[in-house]
Design a protein around this ligand. Structure first.
Ligand SMILES: [Zn+2]
Length: 483
């Protein structure tokens, strides 16, 4: 007997009952067929409503608008959002509680932590009403994938389901209210794949959602061992989904693969429709695509204002991610903007000798969210040998070595036993030639080196030199910890 979730009731209540989930879901079914002009009018109404709310309830924006001499009542068009400066992650960290709405007691807000795409941790607060709205959007995505609300779905994400040495029977948890089966990504390896497939069949799973790195491994082993597990759909997110991986997953589970982009900051949501095209969801937030200077392939920064989270409104928030604009219209008939590609999520994969694979999102979320490593500014995971991983990190102002020691012990314990982990404290993580930080770098010779990273070995040396500078010439650079 596999474990049943012990705390599903609060999730179910937050997502479905004390929230406008059903109301919003019905509304979204209608708005998806609006014309481009109708959607633009709707966005202006929602944007102005959020800015008016922030002006009245959020100290950061009240002060900003007062000092800037502008008011929500001055807004006449979507373009008027330009009076606000772009909000960076650093601005959010600096503003702290000033970005929280005074209309809610902080104790009643739900706090979520994220490592983002660069390993810079951030806490985002949400009011319960916004959670129902959020899940109505998530539900629409499943609707597009033709997965019914009563279908059971399996998840392969960063959540810790079982301790590293837990028996096999505890590798999954089932939430009967939301009909969700959560599988442990950290225990997924070629040898355990048959058992995962067996569990999915036993629970009559109709769809699977997870990181491309984890779902691809599952798919590859299924194809190699001829394990059959037909599904209605597979949904991937958070990491780059390559064309070969999409094909492999689709073949293994005999179904279409959908991919989506979202973030804990809840400002922008992009997902694929039945025709495989990425669509920005215009009722979710107002997104400005700002061209990157010197970009050869029309890359744009994603700068968004969310419409639904009143606990912590973020206006013109720079997500740090990049997309390439696409051309409409889409054969699906929706007037939603088309995105050709989400390019902010590339990164290498960490591969253990025993066969497990881990992408950037999984590594970052495991360290910063599941293991609660705090007061870290940035992190980079470097696989420099088949059985060795170096985690370079930049400590923040209130960094505590003791607290971090506990987090890194837990982190290493959830990785395969054939990977040793060393942590290196550095004062900066260097960028690629395009100014981007790659959260995961594999230096294994079998990896394809990307043009964007011309000399990975020198970057590794650079990280080591940085560590020496921080800790002094007499101290060893490595805050080592081996398994
Ligand atoms: Zn479409």
């Amino acid at each position: 007997m596999h474990r049943i979730c012990t705390a599903p009731v609060s999730h179910f209540i937050a997502k479905r009952l004390v929230s406008p989930f059903w109301l919003r879901k019905r509304w979204l079914n209608k708005t998806q067929w609006m014309s481009a002009d109708e959607l633009s009018d709707l966005q202006f109404t929602l944007l102005k409503r959020m800015i008016r709310y922030a002006e009245r309830n959020v100290p950061y924006y009240r002060e900003l608008m007062k000092n800037g001499g502008f008011s929500s009542e001055d807004m006449c068009s979507l373009a008027d959002i330009n009076v606000f400066p772009i909000l960076t992650k650093k601005d959010v960290l600096k503003a702290g509680n000033d970005l929280l709405s005074q209309a809610f007691p902080k104790a009643l807000l739900r706090r979520e932590r994220t490592g983002g795409t660069t390993g810079t941790p951030l806490s985002v607060y949400r009011n319960y009403c916004s959670i129902g709205n959020e899940h109505a959007f998530v539900r629409r995505q499943w609707d597009w994938a033709r997965v019914h609300v009563k279908d059971r779905c399996a998840y392969l994400r960063a959540r810790i389901i079982a301790e590293p040495d837990a028996p096999k029977q505890k590798m999954c948890r089932y939430d009967p209210l939301l009909r969700e089966l959560h599988l442990s990504t950290y225990h997924l390896k070629p040898d355990t794949v048959p058992e995962y497939i067996d569990i999915m069949k036993r629970y009559r799973i109709a769809a699977l959602a997870g990181y491309p790195s984890a779902v691809s491994l599952l798919a590859r082993v299924c194809l190699a061992r001829r394990l059959s597990c037909p599904l209605k759909a597979v949904l991937t997110s958070s990491e780059a989904l390559t064309a070969p991986a999409r094909e492999e997953i689709s073949n293994a589970f005999a179904c279409p693969v959908y991919d989506f982009y979202g973030s804990v900051e809840r400002v922008c949501y992009i997902f694929t429709c039945e025709h495989g095209r990425y669509h920005m969801q215009p009722e979710y937030g107002y997104t400005e695509l700002i061209p990157v200077n010197g970009s050869e392939d029309d890359r744009c920064r994603v700068v968004s204002t969310g419409f639904w989270n009143k606990a912590m409104p973020l206006i013109r928030y720079d997500t740090g991610d990049l997309v390439i604009k696409g051309n409409g219209p889409c054969p699906c008939g929706r007037a939603f903007p088309v995105i050709r590609a989400v390019v902010g999520r590339e990164g290498d994969i960490i591969k253990a000798p025993s066969g497990e694979e881990f992408g950037a999102t999984l590594m970052i979320t495991l360290l910063h969210v599941a293991c609660r490593a705090s007061n870290i500014l940035e992190t980079q995971f470097i696989q420099d040998a088949p059985g060795h991983l170096t985690v370079a990190y930049v400590p923040g102002e209130n960094f505590s070595a003791d607290a971090f020691r506990a987090a890194r012990t837990k982190f290493a314990a959830h990785l395969p036993k054939d990977i040793n982990v060393d942590f290196e404290r550095v004062h900066a993580i260097s960028r690629t030639l395009r100014g981007k930080m790659r959260p995961v770098i594999s230096l294994l010779p079998t990896e394809t080196m990307q043009n964007d990273v011309p000399d990975l070995t020198s970057r590794r040396s650079e990280a080591l030199r940085s560590a020496v500078e921080v800790q002094g010439a007499t101290s060893h650079a490595t805050m080592g910890m081996s398994l």
